[in-house]
Structures are given as C-alpha cells and as structure tokens.
Design a protein around this ligand. Structure first.
Ligand code: 3PZ
Ligand code: ZN
Length: 314
C-alpha cells in the first residue's frame, strides 16, 4: 500500500517557491502567478499555509496588476490576461485579503472582455475559448460582481459548445476534452445552470476516462495523467456521478506518482515532479475525501472553508 507523504510535499512546494533561477523556474517565469496559486492552495489543503509570509505574497501579487486596465499578468513586466487575473483573485481570497483590491477596477476589466455573443476573450488580443468564460465567471463570482456581465448570454455561449457526446469544447464544434469540460461545467455550476447538462451522458463520457492503471486521461486513447484526476473528478462531482469511478484505484495511481524522497507529484509514475501535478494530485485526493486534507470546492478550485468565508463570512 502506497502511503501519502504530505510533509515531503510541503517541503517541495516551499523549495520551488524559493528557487527562482534554475531551468524549471525560467520556463515558468511568465506564469508565476498561476504557479503561486497552485503552490499556495496545495499548502492550504495540507493545513500548512502558515509556512509562508502572506504580506510578502500579497505585495508581490499586487505588483503584477496593470494600473491602466486593472488586469493581472503572470509576472512583473508581462501582459495582463484573464488566466492570471483569476489566479490573483484566488490567491487573495485564499489569504483573506480581497480588501487590498479595487474590486470595481478588476471586475470592470473582466467584464470588458465579454463579447456580443456572450463568449469571453482572454485579453485585448481577442482569442476566444470556453476556458476564459470560466476564468471570468469564477473571478466575478468571487468578487461578487456577476451582475457586471450578461450571465444569460455567457451561459448560452457555453451551451453552444456542447457536443453530441455530452462533453464540451473550446468553441462551438470543438472536440470534447476533460479540461475544457471542467471549465464549462464549473461555469454552469457557479451560475446555477447545470440543468443544461445531460448528467448521464456526460457522466458516462467522464467515467470512461479511467484507464486500466486506475488513472484518468483527458480524452479517448490518451495515457492517464494525474492532472486529469482534477478535471474529471471535479466535473463528476458537480453533476453528481462521482460514484461511477473506482476511487481506490485512482487514489493508488496518484500516490504512485509521488516522489517519496524529495516530495512533489508527477503526471505519471516515475516521471519528474512539478508544482502543477503536485497541486492537482493533492486536490484530487481532497475531492476523494482523503484523510487529513481540507476539502476543496469542485467549481471554485479553492478550499471549501475559503469559499464559505467569501459567501457567508463565517
Ligand atoms: C503544465 N501549462 O502551458 S503550460 C503546466 N502543462 O504553462 C505547468 N499535463 O513543461 C507545469 N502536460 C507542468 N509546473 C505542465 C501548465 C499547461 C499544462 C503541461 C501538461 C500538464 C500534461 C503536457 C497548460 C492551467 C494552466 C495551464 C495549462 C493547463 C491548466 C510545460 C508544458 C506546458 C506548460 C508548462 C510547462 C512540461 C508545471
Ligand atoms: Zn498533466
């Protein structure tokens, strides 16, 4: 039986946070705000958010904000995008520091990226993708400013990306993919629109993602990968069909991807670890109610206690 080594993962996440100039860090330079969200959420799920200095994180996050438009970039000196603006808002929510934000300014930036057909562009360059619909809706919901967009049009656009297999793509007619399905189901869950989903049809497609080795893949014929534990499981939970997969086999697959010596989790057994798969591995275990982990909200991708604090201030 594989054992879970949370203390090692805490050490690993903190060490990645400190290293700033090796190869892995350089590749990740332009998306450090995403990386910070993955690392900090992992620590919080393991009850170790106290290991970091919140004031230092908050002031660094705020240096990534662009004063002209209100959006955030992945690091200082890069271009703002919805992908990083969501991570910034999630980090501040996690640290209970939304108060440092000019909420009107950030929410106007996000709302300004909605198009006439209800879709969202990721930034001023205009690429459209249902991932950006999720980023915008999740962000505005956390900021309690969903009324700034046309929610009905946003929902209708997402529904127009639904396929005959029950899944969703990046745009109308785009191939179903588990990451994209998470974004669409998450956005529909947040806006209370899950009635647009055929739960049995989508649940079937999602539970077909479980491979012989117990892991989950992102679409047919692909290898299992730890990050799909999150995209697939969270979607199954939101549509109430998570009992259709074998949780024990999936937990074993994730535990098998741990580096038990130096900490961290990889995409599949024996590969090199990274913060992304460490986060999604721990988040997947949390969704399966693994002992001693905080539970994570499948739609907001934040610990449940953080989400409750946002909406009920308790
Ligand atoms: C990884 N990105 O484009 S990336 C990401 N992938 O920035 C971060 N599973 O070098 C890390 N694959 C590792 N640390 C991988 C984020 C990708 C996803 C690649 C991946 C994951 C299988 C091939 C896209 C949210 C945000 C971004 C993504 C998905 C979800 C890479 C490759 C790509 C990227 C970064 C590093 C292998 C870490
Ligand atoms: Zn992966």
């Amino acid at each position: 039986m594989e054992e879970f080594v949370p203390e090692k993962h805490v050490q690993y996440v903190i060490s990645v946070e400190k290293r700033k100039d090796d190869f892995e860090s350089l590749v990740m330079e332009h998306l450090r705000l995403n990386g910070a969200y993955w690392g900090l959420t992992t620590l919080d799920l393991m009850h170790k958010i106290g290991a970091i200095d919140p004031d230092a994180v908050v002031s660094w996050v705020m240096t990534c904000q662009h004063q002209d438009c209100g959006g955030f970039s992945g690091n200082i000196g890069h271009d703002p995008h919805l992908l990083y603006t969501l991570s910034a808002v999630q980090i501040l929510a996690l640290l209970d520091r939304i108060d440092v934000l000019d909420v009107e300014k950030v929410s106007n930036y996000v709302a300004g990226l909605q198009n006439e057909d209800g879709s969202f562009s990721g930034d001023i360059w205009g690429e459209i993708d249902t991932r950006f619909s999720y980023c915008a809706i999740c962000c505005l919901s956390i900021l309690r400013r969903l009324e700034k967009i046309d929610v009905e049009k946003a929902v209708n656009y997402i529904v127009s990306c639904k396929n005959y297999d029950g899944g969703f793509g990046a745009m109308p007619g785009g191939e179903s993919h588990a990451g994209q399905i998470f974004c669409c189901v998450g956005a529909l869950a947040i806006t209370g629109s899950l009635d647009h989903i055929d739960r049995d049809l989508l649940g079937w497609w999602l539970c077909e993602r479980q491979c012989k080795d117990g892991g989950l893949n992102g679409r047919p014929e692909k290898l299992a990968d730890v990050c799909y534990s999150w995209w697939v499981l969270s979607s199954l939970i939101m549509i109430d069909r998570v009992h259709w997969i074998d949780k024990d086999k999936l937990a074993k697959f994730i535990l098998n991807c741990q580096d038990k010596e130096n900490g961290g989790i990889s995409d599949r057994p024996d590969n090199a670890v990274d913060v992304f798969h460490t986060y999604f591995g721990v988040a997947g275990l949390s969704l399966m109610e693994y002992p001693d982990l905080k539970s994570i909200d499948p739609a907001y991708a934040l610990p449940v206690d953080v989400v409750n604090r946002i909406f009920f201030r308790k």
